[in-house]
Design a protein around this ligand. Structure first.
Ligand code: PRP
Length: 206
């Protein structure tokens, strides 16, 4: 399933990201806000478990997400602000880290760090702002599937139609939640109109 956000607030935030005048702090902040929108959408149908808490009127049970069974996995670097934002919303989730670099000549992703927690029977939210060729997502999903989670959802800010389709074809059991599907990839495999390189924009390495 591919779900693209359509709210005008979402589209306004995407425009801020595209704007080269947005500096690194605004860029990361906007990515964080969009991540929260994606988390709300992705977990919309998730069941609640009852949790007993102490209220001003004594002990009572209320619905709450089973955060302990959710793992947020990020792909460094650009995914870092997304991870922080998701954990702000769901502080009891576990975090996992993968580092991948897209080789700019071959356009293939290269894994250089793997710090995934035990994913058995857990729900994994894989967060990465960019889905260009889809290669990084496909590789990350393959890796995560090897750790036996019960379900995987991806949260992406911006993607190309061909990249999104490629990921969906390679992993049809994974639900993709994305804020914006753009027009296409250019010859250098950058998303058009896109927003540039999210890692560089976030961390001033232009
Ligand atoms: C970007 C992005 C994805 C990948 C997407 O990372 O964050 O991980 O490229 O491209 P793909 O869909 O064609 O695989 P990048 O390699 O620029 O690394 P960075 O996060 O360190 O900037």
């Amino acid at each position: 399933m591919i779900y693209e956000l359509s709210n005008p607030v979402t589209k306004t935030l995407i425009t801020h990201l595209r704007d080269q005048k947005s500096d690194a702090i605004r860029f990361r902040h906007t990515v964080a806000e969009l991540t929260k929108q994606l988390v709300y959408e992705a977990l919309k149908a998730f069941p609640l478990k009852q949790k007993e808490i102490e209220t001003w009127q004594g002990a009572c049970s209320f619905g709450t997400l089973d955060e302990e069974n959710i793992i947020v996995v990020t792909v460094l670097r650009a995914g870092l602000p997304m991870l922080e934002s998701a954990l702000d919303l769901l502080p009891n989730c576990t975090a996992g880290f993968l580092a991948m670099k897209r080789d700019e000549t071959t356009h293939k992703s290269v894994l250089y760090y793997d710090r995934l927690p035990d994913c058995s029977a857990k729900t994994v939210l894989l967060v990465d702002p960019m889905l260009a060729t889809g290669g990084s997502m496909i590789d990350a999903l393959e890796l995560i599937k090897g750790r036996n989670p019960s379900k995987i959802l991806t949260l992406n800010i911006i993607g190309s139609p061909e990249g999104v389709q490629r990921v969906q074809k390679a992993h049809p059991d994974v639900d993709i939640f994305i804020a914006q599907i753009d027009e296409r990839l250019n010859d250098e495999k950058f998303i058009l109109p896109g927003l540039g390189d999210a890692g560089d924009r976030s961390y001033n390495t232009l």
